[in-house]
Design a protein around this ligand. Structure first.
Ligand code: UD1
Length: 431
């Protein structure tokens, strides 16, 4: 079993290049199946969830070429089955995007129920409500969701809760429906805008993405395109928090600073210095005495839930008492037990973490409970005294490309190991 082993206590310095946004790319890959023409996608992150999605597309007959790790050429004119029950697809949440994409194009789809990180109950009722409003018959049985329609018709859809997945899924299906669809209370996340831009570059007619009302006028067909995925704001934020926690100085390159505003504001409140450039952000925490603050996760432009564990790690080292309120997922504090084993003082009351800052964390063997919490535990390990081992790093590999390699270029003493001997060797060499 692979693990990350690290010796903490060294500030991180230098520059790090951010890859394409995983959550945008997953939806864009599914949407690429909506045309018979060839689609070229650049700035694709080379992470496990992306590779699972590509294998699933290949499994239903799409032709996939990967001339390089970050570029894929897809031709979906030869799709042979609309049943996506590939073994691993259940493990990624974004498998549901194949429903919207295939339903839009073929008016029929059958996809294994999605899994993903265990951070909450993760219902998909809003996705299904949207498909039904467009005229599809939807059924959930034997672990599969099937959706079918003779024709899809535009509709007025109000989302009871802001949902990234439901907004994108309905957007995809409505793109090839007859007539006009209005999605109200739509998610405004940067990746919703990116998927809309991608579909528009294929000939879709989508207006208002990035606001809470999206208007889609259905078109009969989509054509090929060449498109580059936006930078990953969560990967970028993770490195920003790594700079803060280790009292380092990092320039995070290839980002859209506007997408990082909520993170930037919270880091300023902790006392870090932030310098924004056109497409990079520098976080300086070398002489910072980290200050406590309060944060609540909210849909964009609020503070992202996917940055909550990394923020908590930083606040755990602050000079006082902070609160972190999780308002999106009900089960997203599991990692705090692991962090407590590294010396953090955190009390959970319902959906609020009350964090009393400590002077330092101490190394321990901990397990990544999910993708973002796993990355947060690595940050904690890099800030901690002594050796930390993070288990279950397959979660981290779902969404971070070359995580340990990028950290190493910033001066981190970290290694990926898969046996006791290499782990001990690292511990001796790093001491
Ligand atoms: C996406 C991201 C995930 C991120 C989340 C919120 C992907 C692959 N995953 O997940 O990393 O944490 O956005 O930014 O892009 N809800 C319902 N019914 C539904 C759908 C959602 O009640 O049909 C609720 C959820 O329980 C949750 C909230 O809406 O409380 C937000 O979920 P949503 O935005 O849909 O998250 P995902 O798109 O699954």
């Amino acid at each position: 079993m692979e693990q990350f082993v690290m010796r903490g206590g060294e500030p991180l310095f230098g520059e790090v290049e951010i890859g394409g946004a995983k959550n945008a790319a997953l939806a864009i890959l599914a949407a690429a199946a909506m045309t018979d023409d060839t689609v070229v996608i650049d700035n694709l992150p080379d992470v496990r969830d992306i590779n699972v999605m590509l294998t699933a597309l290949e499994g239903i007959g799409a032709h996939i070429e990967r001339p390089e790790a970050h570029r894929v050429i897809i031709n979906a004119s030869c799709i042979t089955t609309l049943n996506v029950d590939y073994e691993y697809i259940k493990k990624i949440r974004a498998s549901y995007y194949l429903l919207g994409a295939l339903l839009g194009k073929f008016k029929r789809a059958e996809v294994a129920l999605p899994g993903g990180c265990a951070i909450g109950s993760r219902p998909i009722d809003l996705h299904l409500k949207g498909f039904r409003a467009l005229g599809a018959k939807v059924d959930v049985s034997y672990g599969l969701i099937s959706a079918e329609a003779k024709k899809l018709f535009g509709a007025h859809i109000y989302l009871d809760k802001v949902s990234v997945g439901a907004t994108i899924n309905i957007l995809m299906a409505a793109t090839l429906a007859e007539g006009r669809t209005v999605i109200e209370n739509a998610a405004k996340e940067p990746h919703v805008v990116d998927v809309a831009n991608f579909l528009n570059s294929m000939g879709a007619n989508i207006r208002g993405a990035g606001t809470d009302v999206i208007r889609i006028t259905g078109v009969p067909r989509l054509h090929g395109t060449e498109y580059s995925v936006i930078p990953d704001q969560i990967e970028a934020g993770t490195f920003m928090f790594a700079a803060a926690a280790t009292h380092g100085d990092i320039v995070v390159r290839n980002v859209i600073p506007k997408h990082l505003e909520a993170t930037t504001v919270k880091l300023l409140e902790t006392g870090c210095e932030i310098i924004e450039y056109d497409d990079s952000v520098r976080v300086v925490s070398t002489d910072t005495v980290l200050q406590p603050t309060s944060v609540t996760t909210l849909p964009y432009p609020g503070f992202p839930t996917d940055m909550q564990p990394q923020m908590t790690v930083v606040l755990g080292l602050s000079n006082g008492v902070s609160t972190v309120t999780e308002s999106i997922w009900e089960n997203r504090f599991k990692y705090t037990g692991e962090l407590a084993r590294m010396g953090a003082e955190i009390r959970i009351e319902s959906n609020i973490a009350i964090i009393t800052g400590v002077q330092r964390y101490t190394g321990a063997v901990v397990s990544a409970p999910d993708l973002r919490a796993g990355a947060a535990l690595v940050i904690a390990g890099l800030a901690a005294d002594g050796i930390t081992v993070v288990d279950d790093i397959h979660y981290i590999q779902r969404g971070y490309e070359c995580f340990e390699e990028k950290l190493k270029t910033l001066g981190a003493k970290i290694e990926k190991v898969d046996n006791e001997f290499d782990r001990k060797k690292f511990e001796v060499q790093a001491s």
